[in-house]
Design a protein around this ligand. Structure first.
Ligand code: NAP
Length: 267
């Protein structure tokens, strides 16, 4: 898989990334079949990581809101050093959302103090001294989070200390994507995670604008959380946009990783 630049950061990412919600959380999710699937065993997660590495994936997307995902990734990458260790992978995590498995509800806090504390906890859980990307895990108030909460400034301060190489936001709207380009382009290390419909001219225009202004684009939910009718066609359509750095696909199935990578190779 030919690697692509992640904005202006100098980081190169595989155009297909591995989403890790399902390795740590099985409540309040929108996958076919809903909640209640069994979380994978450690051996199963190792198999997923091995398969991802084998097909050339280097990008892992996680979050505190994905239950035990960060902790499991950190422990397994440390234990299974033949997987290449921490530095083989580009690790993207988030801050601002906390998911409570007891109530299956999220709460959000974008205050600078909470963002700092969350990132320090992510470092401990992931057993690393630096992150490659930290994104604000938006609850839908994309503009307010970026303009008024102080959260972007908190991330800039962490980046200036070398705690994270890039910063950004996972947005919930087109307006949020547009605002993210304006807010993050000036930082020189901005990333936006967004849904992306390749047949929408406005999405293509925003992807181009992001690329031109040095903001990396990560695409989420490209398979409509498992409801896409033709996953290979969706993967090809999204990743054939040269202004998308990577499409993050979540899966617990190594065969799906292989099939998705094969779909990529025909782009
Ligand atoms: N920041 C945010 O706000 C946010 C929100 C949502 C997601 N994300 C990130 O984006 C990632 C992807 O989003 P997502 O997991 O919601 O949705 P997605 O990637 O659109 O879809 C994942 C679903 O597709 C299925 N799948 C994968 N490959 C397949 C294939 N070849 N054939 C058939 N089914 C296939 C998976 O099931 P199997 O397990 O059976 O393969 C899984 O249920 C997440 O894991 C997460 O890292 C971020």
């Amino acid at each position: 898989m030919e690697l692509r630049p992640l904005g202006k950061s100098g980081i190169l990412v595989s155009p297909l990334g591995l989403g890790t919600v399902k390795i740590g959380r099985n409540r309040a999710v929108k996958y076919p079949g809903g909640d209640g699937f069994a979380l994978p065993t450690d051996d199963h997660v190792v198999d997923l990581l091995r398969t991802a590495a084998h097909v050339g994936i280097n990008l892992l997307d996680t979050a505190p809101a994905y239950g035990t995902s960060e902790d499991r990734l950190g422990a397994l990458l440390e234990r299974e050093d033949w997987l290449g260790g921490r530095d083989r992978w580009v690790i993207c995590t988030k801050a601002g959302e906390e998911f409570d498995p007891a109530t299956a509800e999220s709460r959000y806090d974008f205050s600078p103090h909470t963002i700092h504390a969350s990132v320090e906890r992510s470092l401990r859980r992931l057993r690393t001294d630096h992150l490659d990307a930290v994104l604000l895990h938006s609850d839908g108030r994309d503009g307010w989070i970026m303009q008024e909460s102080g959260a972007v400034e908190a991330l800039e301060s962490l980046a200036s200390r070398g705690v994270t190489r890039t910063i950004g936001i996972s947005v919930k709207s087109i307006e949020g994507w547009r605002a993210a380009i304006d807010r993050l382009a000036t930082t020189g290390r901005g990333i936006v995670m967004t849904e992306f419909a390749p047949d929408e001219p406005e999405h293509q225009a925003l992807a181009l604008d992001s690329f031109t202004r040095g903001v990396g684009v990560l695409v989420k939910k490209g398979l409509a959380s498992g409801h896409a009718s033709d996953p290979a066609s969706s993967i090809r359509a999204i990743t054939s946009c040269p202004h998308v750095s990577s499409l993050i696909v979540g899966t617990l199935n190594p065969d799906h990783i292989r099939a998705n990578a094969a779909a990529m190779s025909s782009v």
